[in-house]
Design a protein around this ligand. Structure first.
Ligand code: 13P
Length: 259
C-alpha cells in the first residue's frame, strides 16, 4: 500500500452467493466489527437484485456498493441485461468489469471489456477492471506479456482524464477460489508491472495514483502480508467477503494506522 499517493480499497465480490434477505444482518455485523475504516475504502459488489438491499443496509456507513457486471450498451433490446444508467440511478458506485469468470463462462472478450469500461466511465461509475493469467500461462512464463496485453486492450482509447477513476484488480485465475494464494512477491511483481505499464501509457502521476488490488484466495490470514507490498493497494475478495468476521479482519489489516 502507498497511502500517500492512492486509495487503499478492500472490495468484496459476492459472486452468486447469499440472499437479499441476508444483507441486513451481514451489514450490521460488519459495522460492529469495523466501526470506522479511516484509511481504507470498503466496497461490496453484489448481484444486481441485491443492490437495493445493500444500499439500504450500508446507508449510514462508509461502505460503497457495486455491481458485478454491466452491459456496454446504453439501452435497448438486450433481454436480461442491466445498463450503467440503471446502476447509477439506484446509487451503485462501483462495477466489476472483466472478471475471469465472466470471460470464461459468458464469453466476455477484451473488446467487450473495453466497451464496458468506457460505458462505466461515461456513466460516472468506478470500474474495477479484472485481469489475470491462467496456470498454463504462468507455467509457460508468459504472465507479464499476457497481463500487458489484457490491460492494454481493456484501456484502448480511454483518455488520461478518465483513467484516474479506474481500479485494476490483478486476479491470477489459478488462485481464485482454490485456496492457493499467489505469494506476496508474485502478486507484487505483477502489480508492479501493471503500474509500470500505466506509467508508460499515461505518465508517472497517473501511475502513482491508480489503485491496484490483488484478488485470489485473499483471506484474514494472508491479507496483511499481501498489503505490505508497495504496489498492492488493496484486495478484491470472493469467499472471505461472505463472512463478516473474515471480511472485517481483512479491512482491519488494510486500515492500520500510518502511511
Ligand atoms: P476468492 O477470494 O474466493 O478466491 O475469489 C477471488 C475473486 O474472484 C474475487 O473477484
Amino acid at each position: 500500500m502507498n497511502r500517500k499517493y492512492r486509495k487503499t480499497i478492500i472490495a468484496g465480490n459476492w459472486k452468486m452467493n447469499l440472499l437479499a434477505s441476508q444483507v441486513k444482518l451481514f451489514a450490521e455485523s460488519l459495522k460492529t466489527l469495523v466501526p470506522k475504516a479511516k484509511w481504507c475504502e470498503t466496497v461490496v459488489c453484489v448481484p444486481y437484485v441485491m443492490i437495493p438491499a445493500a444500499l439500504k443496509a450500508f446507508k449510514d456507513s462508509r461502505v460503497a456498493v457495486g455491481a458485478e457486471n454491466v452491459n456496454e450498451n446504453p439501452k435497448g433490446a438486450y433481454t436480461g441485461e442491466v445498463s450503467t444508467a440503471m446502476l447509477t440511478d439506484i446509487g451503485a458506485k462501483y462495477v466489476i468489469i472483466g472478471h475471469s469468470e465472466r470471460r470464461q463462462y459468458y464469453g466476455e472478450t477484451d473488446f467487450s471489456v473495453n466497451a464496458k469500461l468506457k460505458a462505466a466511465l461515461e456513466a460516472g461509475l468506478s470500474p474495477i477492471l479484472c485481469v489475470g493469467e491462467s496456470l498454463q500461462q504462468r507455467e509457460m512464463d508468459v504472465t507479464n506479456e499476457f497481463i500487458t496485453y489484457q490491460v492494454k486492450a481493456a484501456l484502448a482509447d480511454i483518455p488520461v482524464e478518465k483513467i484516474r477513476r479506474i481500479v485494476i484488480a490483478y486476479e491470477p485465475i489459478w488462485a481464485i477460489g482454490t485456496g492457493k494464494t499467489a505469494t506476496s512477491d508474485q502478486a507484487e511483481e505483477v502489480c508492479g508491472e501493471i503500474r509500470a505499464l500505466i506509467r508508460k501509457l499515461y505518465g508517472a502521476r497517473v501511475a502513482r495514483a491508480v489503485s491496484i488490488l490483488y484478488g485470489g484466495s485473499m483471506n484474514e490470514k494472508n491479507a496483511a502480508e499481501l498489503l505490505s507490498k508497495p504496489d498492492i493497494d488493496g484486495g478484491l475478495i470472493g469467499g472471505a467477503s461472505l463472512v463478516p468476521e473474515k471480511f472485517a479482519a481483512i479491512i482491519n489489516a488494510a486500515n492500520q494506522d500510518g502511511e
